[in-house]
Design a protein. Structure first.
Length: 324
């Protein structure tokens, strides 16, 4: 089964580039940029990756991102991920980046997007991977801040396929970002949002009704609401699920509780993704392996999940047909 999983052609639709920062690269960049780190070794840093909820992770994740300062840092970060993705047979990746995490420390928007774009071009040339970037607004910050970020992005609009919403979910409902998301639709950005990770099913419903999102990132709490589940299936709204993330952030107690079967039985388009692999103990292959073991999945189940990844992507139909 492990070889089958490794060999499956896969798409990655829910991956935060900042969440691929491995401790080794983090220390290299800290040295290169003269940034001080709280932990004094790679091992000590890894030991700190024990989370009790989303917020306890986000605090460490934003601290880690402090080492990213220059265009070359974003290039190196993204290239390291693309090499890993290629080794796991990922053919297409739609990658989140969080500009506000960096612009608030004085990093120019341009340096972030140019570093990422150079990596995307090299990934295509050297590894044959196709990459799109999705810019996320941080939910714990104000909508004004998101609008300012949206405006900064417009100069680079051709380099960005769409926008998303991530960071602290509880207390930051979709309604908070209605205006900036409306503006994003108007300029032609595709729109996705994290919802129903820690937040209630109402947040998923509001992301659909108020923000008109095309995909829901996580969305597992939708299983608590039968009507919502039926609607997601009927409207063919894909969920970008991240099993290891949900375990690590204690959204579920154990992998056996991951509600994949309930979602599949309800006919929901489910995709498997890695979220923040450096922090959650594994990349996409590890996510597939973990659910296969805990939920006793068949090869047919895995084939369907991998196919859904391409189907739910923003790639043109011609590319999808080539991959599936
Ligand atoms: N949820 C919300 N925000 C995030 C996540 C997540 O799983 N990962 C990185 N930012
Ligand atoms: Zn995420």
């Amino acid at each position: 089964m492990d070889d089958f999983i490794a060999g499956l052609p896969k798409a990655e639709l829910h991956l935060h580039i900042e969440g691929t920062l491995e401790p080794e690269l983090l220390f290299d960049l800290a040295r290169r940029n003269g940034v001080k780190i709280k932990h004094d070794s790679v091992e000590k840093l890894r030991e700190a990756y024990a989370f009790e909820n989303l917020q306890s992770f986000l605090d460490i994740y934003y601290e880690g991102a402090d080492v990213l300062l220059h265009e070359a840092d974003f290039y190196d970060l993204a290239m390291a991920y693309f090499r890993k993705a290629s080794s796991e047979n990922i053919l297409h990746a739609e990658v989140f980046f969080d500009p506000q995490t960096h612009t608030c420390r004085g990093v120019p928007f341009k340096d972030i997007i140019m570093g990422l774009t150079r990596a995307k071009e090299d990934a295509k040339k050297e590894l044959g991977i196709s990459v799109y970037y999705i810019m996320c607004f941080l939910k714990h910050l104000s909508e004004e801040d998101a609008i300012a970020t949206f405006q900064q992005s417009l100069e680079f609009k051709d380099l960005i396929i769409g926008v998303g919403l991530d960071s602290t979910e509880l207390g930051n409902p979709p309604a908070k970002f209605q205006k900036v998301i409306q503006m994003s639709h108007e300029v032609g950005y595709r729109v996705v949002s994290h919802a129903g990770e820690e937040g209630p099913p109402e947040y998923v419903r509001d992301a659909l009704d108020l923000l008109k999102v095309e995909r829901i990132d996580h969305g597992i709490r939708s299983v608590e609401d039968k009507d919502l589940l039926q609607r997601i299936a009927k409207e063919k709204i894909p969920l970008t699920l991240c099993p290891l993330s949900n375990c690590k952030l204690c959204v579920i107690e154990k992998m056996e509780d991951f509600p994949l079967k309930t979602l599949l039985e309800a006919n929901v388009c489910c995709t498997i993704n890695s979220d923040d692999p450096s922090y959650f103990g594994g990349y996409i292959v590890e996510n597939y392996k973990s659910i296969t073991k805990s939920l006793n999945l068949s090869k047919e189940d895995l084939q369907l999940l991998a196919k859904n990844g391409f189907q739910a992507s923003f790639a043109p139909d011609a590319d999808k047909q080539k991959w599936i």
